[in-house]
Design a protein. Structure first.
Length: 87
């Protein structure tokens, strides 16, 4: 079985890009100060890409600054949509 890696392609978002959460995201236990299972952000919340990292050498993880909530949340490509104007 061959595992597909999204790292074969460029990241879907660049630093500074304005993005929107597609759906609500709950704390999986990795976000301090919020109970496990508690909501971190809601679908439609808007943020900006602060950094791009990887997970398990297979996936991009974007650090998103949700300025209105005062939260920096790690999210994957499929959890976000771009709000940048397309050329």
């Amino acid at each position: 079985m061959i595992l597909q890696s999204e790292l074969n392609d460029r990241p879907a978002f660049d630093l500074g890009d304005k993005v929107q959460a597609i759906r609500a995201v709950r704390n999986d236990g990795t976000y301090p100060g919020v109970p496990m299972g508690g909501f971190l952000i809601e679908g439609g919340d808007v943020g900006y890409v602060k950094s791009v990292g990887t997970y398990l050498n297979r996936f991009y993880v974007f650090s998103i600054d949700f300025v209105d909530r005062g939260m920096l949340v790690g999210m994957r490509t499929h959890e976000l949509e771009s709000l940048e104007a397309q050329p």
